[in-house]
Design a protein around this ligand. Structure first.
Ligand code: SF4
Ligand code: SF4
Length: 271
């Protein structure tokens, strides 16, 4: 891990973001991406794309398959080694260029309206500092200055804030903030790790929303917890409501927080 200074504290950065230029939200960078550039679609192969819960949901719905099928067909087995939490990575094609399965050589990205978070962010990267008790983690933004990308020589100028808005990142924030609150939870301070059963619960609840919905509606869940009026129907019918709700279950089941109310006849056990 490389260390950089941020707001007078030293934070450790993930591999891949080391030595990148840091940008504040109001700082400018030059970039434009269009099909007249020689590099068009060159960045869509042999690339590490970590997927967020919203990415898995939106891509599975675009492909008209369940989140379970999407995870099985299009992602690598969750990577847990040396990590506190599993990450989900998009599986590239098994060809020499390791092309993204959604790359259409003529048109570009075939899933463009639902492209993943990291494809929207590029040429920016983002990292969350490690959890600290009582401190809301503030994202750190970086600029990738890759030689293969001609877009960075284009004249168009953006601030970080403008780019996040233009790429629809800002509007996803509300949907994903609960997930990021879980992954940067103070429970992990000091390198604490979840046991395998809870890791599996984190993976299923965060990424496999269709299985999580079955868990809510086909297990003893509804017998055990009092949900607010109307919430049950929202969870049954709305993917986004289920996504917003999932961190509440994780905070209850992983960290023992009172984010759900047990029914009077239940002990409130957290597993
Ligand atoms: S400009 Fe950069 S992001 Fe756009 S296609 Fe070229 S390499 Fe990819
Ligand atoms: S999802 Fe789309 S933008 Fe992202 S790597 Fe694949 S083809 Fe490129």
């Amino acid at each position: 891990m490389t260390k950089i200074k941020n707001k007078n504290e030293t934070v450790e950065l993930p591999y891949g973001l080391r030595d990148r230029r840091q940008l504040k939200k109001n700082e400018h960078f030059g970039f434009d991406c269009h099909d007249r550039l020689e590099c068009f679609t060159r960045c869509c192969g042999d690339v590490t794309i970590l997927l967020t819960p919203v990415d898995v949901l939106r891509l599975s719905r675009r492909l008209s398959i369940s989140t379970t099928d999407f995870l099985g067909r299009h992602t690598l087995t969750p990577i847990t080694k040396d990590l506190q939490l599993p990450v989900v990575m998009l599986r590239m094609n098994d060809d020499p260029d390791k092309r993204c399965p959604f790359m259409d050589t003529a048109q570009g990205c075939a899933v463009y309206p639902d492209r993943p978070w990291s494809c929207r962010m590029y040429p920016l990267g983002m990292a969350l500092p490690p959890a600290r008790a009582g401190v809301e983690p503030e994202p750190i933004y970086f600029l990738f200055e890759d030689d293969f990308c001609h877009g960075r020589r284009e004249k168009k100028e953006w601030t970080v804030e403008q780019w996040l808005k233009n790429q629809g990142i800002a509007e996803r924030e509300e949907l994903e903030q609960g997930f990021y609150a879980v992954v940067s939870h103070p429970w992990f301070i000091g390198g604490r790790k979840l046991d395998p059963k809870r890791l599996e619960m984190f993976y299923m609840t965060s990424f496999d929303l269709d299985t999580f919905r079955r868990f809510v509606f086909s297990s003893t869940f509804l017998d055990r917890f009092d949900l607010e009026d109307g919430l049950m129907e929202k969870l049954r019918n709305s993917d986004e409501e289920l996504l917003r709700f999932s961190p509440r279950w994780l905070r209850f089941s992983l960290f023992g927080e009172p984010t759900l109310k047990a029914k009077d006849n239940q002990s409130g056990r957290n597993s």
